[in-house]
Design a protein around this ligand. Structure first.
Ligand SMILES: *Cc1c(COP(=O)(O)O)cnc(C)c1O
Length: 426
């Protein structure tokens, strides 16, 4: 395949845009080479600037559960935009999406819309601090909660240490209040609670991690996290920006039978438009302005086009959609595992529903250090092998692949054939 047009566009972009991209992972730094410029998408397919057609497993980082340019979603969005794209005032699609979310996500009685997942988690944190009148938060190593300062903390040297800033420009005084512990390790969480006493406002977690590659919670882990929060008077924040409406109609909280105090949503609920949301029971949401003293606002929040698109998506998700996603994704998992086996390549495929990733390692991957220990140079070569066979994977071994309802069993067969080739070329 030729990528000369993308290459030219990227060198132009590098002059006009910071790092040539609007979000770092898009620059392909983890796989080397130049990113593709995407011109068009339809269903499970994308076309790049050079006219190459690729089978897409990024799907806008999970936002597009129905695939690209789903006709119903497009029709609703076009109808909305023709009626005026923003009012900065209450509108009906926003109300309908709010009602739908409250109906489907069991822990949410009231919701507030924002414009990104980052805004959702940042606002949930503020709300948890206001509610508990405490300052610290506990997060898990390798979980990503957007780019707000408080979440950009790396783990210190010991377990359950205070965070160190993971980005220049983030103050030590900010991450001093962020405690980071390993995922799937309830004992570390327990000791973090012990050493931070009654200061912890909230524990925030990806109930299924998508941001170190896919890492599912060990059996009972989320229950232990929930129990420790209760014992210690801290709120439990589920960051379901990926898992909300991805792993099932009721999100990860339904799948694992846990009722978090606050839930953050994004990605799927915007149908490919910029959206986020956070929600909780009435008592907690009552603290949010204008009802309560926690200020949080947004000029474009509840944007009618995004709301209409999100509503169109949620209206089309039902038990049959998730059965199909499960069938196709399970087939992909099995096919990748078998193809690697035949080629004598050691891999681990982690999967929950239609989120999946493949680690080049012979060991299980249950936390961030195990994820990082997988062989990234093999992933890099595999990634380019797949692109050359017309399959577009996330450009990092530490990201989730996403299957959409547009992906068919036939697409999966082609993917597995491509993978068999790519494994041989490693
Ligand atoms: C994508 C993501 C975010 C951030 O959402 P943005 O819309 O990119 O700001 C937060 N949490 C999780 C789990 C995510 O995957």
């Amino acid at each position: 395949m030729r990528f000369s047009k993308s290459k030219k566009l990227y060198s132009r972009a590098a002059r006009a845009m910071a790092g040539g991209v609007s979000s770092p992972v898009r620059a392909f730094k983890a796989v080397g080479g130049d990113p593709l410029f995407i011109r068009r998408g339809s269903g499970q397919w994308i076309w790049d600037a050079d006219g190459n057609r690729l089978l897409d497993y990024v799907c806008s980082w999970g936002a597009l559960i129905l695939g690209h340019a789903n006709p119903c979603v497009v029709a609703e969005a076009v109808k909305a935009v023709k009626s005026g794209s923003s009012f900065g005032a209450p509108n009906v699609p926003e109300l309908m999406l709010a009602e739908k979310i409250c109906e489907r996500i069991r822990s949410i009685e009231k919701v507030r819309f924002v414009n990104s997942g980052t805004e959702a988690t940042m606002s949930a944190l503020r709300l948890s601090r206001a509610y508990t009148k405490r300052r610290k938060i506990i997060k898990f190593e390798g979980c990503y909660h957007g780019h707000a300062d408080a979440f950009l903390a790396g783990a210190g040297s010991g377990l359950a240490t205070l965070g160190i800033p993971a980005s220049r420009g983030v103050l030590q005084s900010t991450t001093n209040d962020t405690v980071t512990v390993p995922y799937n390790d309830a004992r570390s969480l327990e000791s973090a609670f012990k050493s931070n006493g009654g200061e912890v406002a909230a524990v925030i977690i990806e109930p299924v991690v998508g941001n170190m590659g896919v890492v599912p919670p060990n059996r009972g882990f989320l229950n232990e996290v929930h129990g420790l929060c209760k014992e210690n008077g801290a709120l439990l924040i589920f960051d379901e920006v990926i898992t909300g409406f991805r792993v099932g109609v009721g999100g990860a909280q339904k799948l694992y039978g846990i009722k978090p105090d606050i839930t953050c949503l994004g990605k799927i609920i915007g149908g490919g438009f910029p959206v986020g949301a956070y929600g909780a029971r009435k008592e907690i949401m009552g603290l949010v302005s204008p009802e309560g003293p926690v200020y949080q606002a947004g000029t474009l929040s509840g944007n009618p086009v995004a709301m209409a698109a999100g509503l169109a998506v949620l209206s089309r998700l039902n038990a049959a959609t998730y059965r199909k996603l499960e069938r196709v994704s399970a087939m992909l998992e099995q096919g990748l595992t078998d193809a690697a086996g035949s080629a004598g390549v050691q891999v681990r495929v982690n999967r929950v529903g239609s989120m999946l990733s493949m680690f080049f390692t012979g060991n299980g991957v249950t936390n961030f250090s195990e994820a990082k220990a997988a062989d990234q140079s093999s992933f890099r070569r595999f990634f380019w092998g797949m692109i050359n066979c017309g399959v577009y994977l996330p450009p990092s071994g530490l990201e989730s692949w996403f299957v959409s309802s547009a992906h068919s069993e036939d697409d999966v067969r082609k993917t597995i054939e491509a993978a068999a080739d790519a494994f041989k070329g490693l």
